[in-house]
Design a protein around this ligand. Structure first.
Ligand SMILES: *Cc1c(COP(=O)(O)O)cnc(C)c1O
Length: 224
């Protein structure tokens, strides 16, 4: 199967999952996660009509995406991995959405970088929904205060929440908890669900799913 075939299949699964719970398939964005895959494979996905992509490292995105953007000016790139404050300026230049705002220092660095660039980029706040010590994301109990701080103090355009649930637990309760935090903070977007659980995430209210392996195959040399 080609990348185009995999994309068709994943889109069909998204549509079916949405319809099965009474949602409009168009309300769910597919973010194709291209980390570790070379630009040629991203180009195959672009040729098949895919336009929204996710990368988890600034440097890798900087190598791959400026050339692709020149060929496909309407592509949209999401940062879905942890961001160091000293890379905020580069991230603001390279990405269209930053999904991983998770601490005040980063919010401040992004606000400064966006002011300097004269470019306001929509952001999501990453929540460490399973409370895992090694994982990125704001702890759930601090989420409400952090969302308010990002909006009121740093004036970031916060459009939603993102999470990666613990790998060894059923994801649905975590997805539901993320949705509850979003609802009470009036945030419309929920980035949740990956290759193994995106249908479950759609049932729980995801508005975008981040899918890598089911489109591009496995990542043999990936550290993640
Ligand atoms: C790699 C990655 C994905 C995609 O995972 P797959 O299981 O390959 O679909 C989604 N979200 C984040 C944050 C990732 O790092």
């Amino acid at each position: 199967m080609t990348i185009a075939d995999h994309l068709t299949h994943v889109r069909a699964r998204i549509d079916a999952a949405a319809r099965a719970c009474g949602r409009a398939p168009d309300d769910i964005d597919l973010v194709a996660v291209t980390k570790t895959h070379p630009a040629d494979r991203v180009r195959d996905a672009l040729a098949a009509g895919q336009r929204v992509f996710g990368e988890n490292r600034v440097q890798e995105a900087a190598r791959k995406f400026p050339g692709l953007r020149a060929e496909f000016p309407d592509l949209r790139l999401h940062l879905i991995g942890p961001l160091q404050t000293n890379k905020a300026v580069d991230a603001v230049r390279l990405f269209d959405v930053i999904e991983t705002v998770d601490r005040p220092k980063l919010a401040a660095a992004l606000a400064a970088a966006m002011a300097k660039a004269g470019r306001q980029i929509p952001c999501l706040i990453e929540v460490n929904i399973g409370g895992e010590p090694q994982k990125a994301g704001i702890p759930p109990r601090e989420a409400d205060a952090f969302i308010a701080e990002c909006r009121d103090r740093y004036r970031l355009q916060i459009i939603g929440l993102m999470c990666v649930p613990p790998a060894d637990q059923p994801p649905a309760p975590h997805f539901v908890r993320l949705r509850e935090i979003a609802t009470r903070n009036r945030l419309p977007h929920l980035s949740m669900g990956m290759s193994g659980d995106f249908e479950e995430a759609i049932r729980c209210g995801a508005t975008s799913v981040r899918v890598g392996t089911a489109i591009f195959g496995s990542r043999p040399n990936s550290p993640i």
